[in-house]
Design a protein. Structure first.
Length: 145
């Protein structure tokens, strides 16, 4: 087992769980003229993230590590600031864009480490996740234009 790649994957799981929670918060509390489109977009995003986090955690287990758990532990590991419940739709989109960008940075670090140690399977998984989050950031930033 390469502990460094397991540590990288554990951070990606924590980031993903934090992003699920923040996206769900936005889904529940979004208001205003963009309610319908954002409510649906946020639901699509958190559902996709929920499926992805299971695959990520299973990769950790396949590498011989233990997947992290517990809401406070995951939040501490991720370090993604929480958004106030009464945030505006614009603040929500900005926040989720920033959170996705933080996750992207951690995914890219895990991809690079996986490449360095010859772990093609983890590298491939990270590349797939990077593509999802790059598209999400593009869509969120496009909303803000």
């Amino acid at each position: 087992m390469s502990q460094s790649i397991v540590d990288d994957l554990r951070l990606v799981v924590a980031d993903t769980y934090a992003l699920i929670a923040q996206t769900h918060l936005c889904h529940w509390n979004v208001r205003g003229p963009s309610f319908f489109s954002l409510h649906a977009a946020f639901e699509s995003q958190y559902n996709e993230l929920f499926l992805a986090v299971d695959e990520l955690a299973e990769r950790i287990r396949a590498k011989g590590g233990l997947a992290p758990g517990g809401l406070s532990k995951l939040a501490d590991m991720a370090g993604i600031k929480e958004l106030p419940e009464d945030s505006s739709a614009i603040e929500m989109v900005e926040h989720l864009s920033n959170a996705n960008q933080k996750l992207l940075a951690d995914l890219k670090a895990a991809r690079d480490r996986a490449g360095e140690i010859g772990d093609s399977e983890t590298e491939d998984l990270m590349i797939a996740r990077i593509q999802v989050h790059e598209k999400t950031v593009w869509m969120l930033k496009s909303f803000l234009e």
